[in-house]
Write a protein of this length. Structure first.
Length: 333
């Protein structure tokens, strides 16, 4: 009888152990519990935005798929952003224009914070803006890339124009890269196509001119220079896209100093006279010279005085469009 009772107690203990094991097996530890699915996560709240990878001159940058704030340290990239309808949060100043916005874009940049020059950006001001992305050109990257990349993913674009020879559309490459950052590549292509149509229409008017030799001159504080046929997108716009013929003494690839004594040899029918802000005295003295007055373009009233915005305008849709408008208005009788 005692043995039977002991056996019953043992069987009961075994049964209790089996029940306990089944209970534990039905429950997973907290660390192994299944996570909610993506659809469950979005039901509970919006997921964090995704990212995209952009290739640039320093490798690759991982940036937000939706950029809220971008700092831009290059005039041409400001033009590109505005072309696709995006406004930067911070931009570089242009020292030659008094440390402010580049004048031809100023009306579109009201309220945008300035963050120093491209060569000497204000790192503290940029940090306070807390940008998602920083956009710079290759020259800025030589000394500032590492510092800027610690603040936010920094994309480096641009390269020397002469590396691309006769490819007059090279400037569009950076526009398309920036458009890719915003999923606006199609819009950028539309803007490029509109500009191409405008350029063709202007070139047709220039082609029919009997005399269309042009000299693109820059007046500096104490020097006169003649721009080349290549070496800058503005030059390529004038001589290749629009179809002006280079005047005599126009170099092939690099701008050169030009003495006042040699100006009559230009034989230019048109002169674009780009003037630095500190060059007024030099220009006034030059214009009084009989040598200057001997040039066909001067005699025919075909000298177009402009500022050095053209150096910036040649890189973007907005700027190039304005150059064409200036030229067409200037050429009207």
């Amino acid at each position: 009888m005692k043995r039977l009772k002991s056996l019953q107690i043992m069987l009961l203990a075994v049964l209790l152990l089996i029940l306990a094991a089944c209970s534990n097996g039905a429950r997973q530890p907290a660390s192994e519990e299944p996570r909610p699915s993506a659809s469950q996560t979005s039901d509970q709240g919006a997921a964090e935005p995704g990212t995209r990878t952009i290739a640039h001159l320093k490798g690759e940058a991982v940036i937000p798929a939706k950029i809220e704030k971008i700092v831009v340290l290059s005039a041409e990239y400001i033009d590109h952003l505005l072309t696709i309808g995006e406004k930067p949060s911070g931009v570089n100043t242009e020292v030659r224009y008094g440390g402010d916005y580049l004048p031809y874009l100023a009306d579109k940049l009201q309220g945008v914070q300035t963050v120093g020059s491209a060569d000497n950006p204000n790192l503290e001001a940029i940090t306070l803006l807390d940008p998602d992305v920083i956009l710079i050109e290759s020259r800025t990257a030589e000394n500032k890339y590492e510092q800027l990349n610690k603040i936010a993913p920094t994309i480096v674009l641009g390269n020397e124009w002469l590396d691309y020879g006769d490819d007059t559309s090279f400037w569009t490459k950076d526009l398309l890269t920036i458009a890719e950052m915003y999923d606006k590549t199609d819009l950028a292509k539309e803007k490029i196509a509109e500009l191409e149509q405008k350029t063709v229409q202007a070139s047709e008017k220039i082609k029919v001119l009997e005399n269309k030799k042009l000299a693109y001159l820059r007046v500096r504080e104490k020097t006169l220079q003649v721009y080349a046929q290549q070496g800058h997108p503005t030059n390529a716009l004038l001589y290749q896209d629009l179809g002006f013929e280079p005047a005599a003494l126009t170099p092939s690839e690099q701008r050169e100093d030009l003495s006042l004594e040699k100006t009559p040899e230009l034989g230019a029918d048109f002169i674009v006279l780009e003037m630095d802000p500190n060059a007024r005295d030099f220009l006034d003295n030059m214009q009084k010279s009989a040598l200057w007055k001997n040039i066909p373009a001067v005699q025919g009233g075909k000298v177009h005085e402009t500022d050095s915005f053209w150096l910036f305008k040649g890189w973007g849709v907005i700027g190039r469009g304005e150059i064409i408008d200036e030229i067409m208005a200037w050429m009207e009788p």
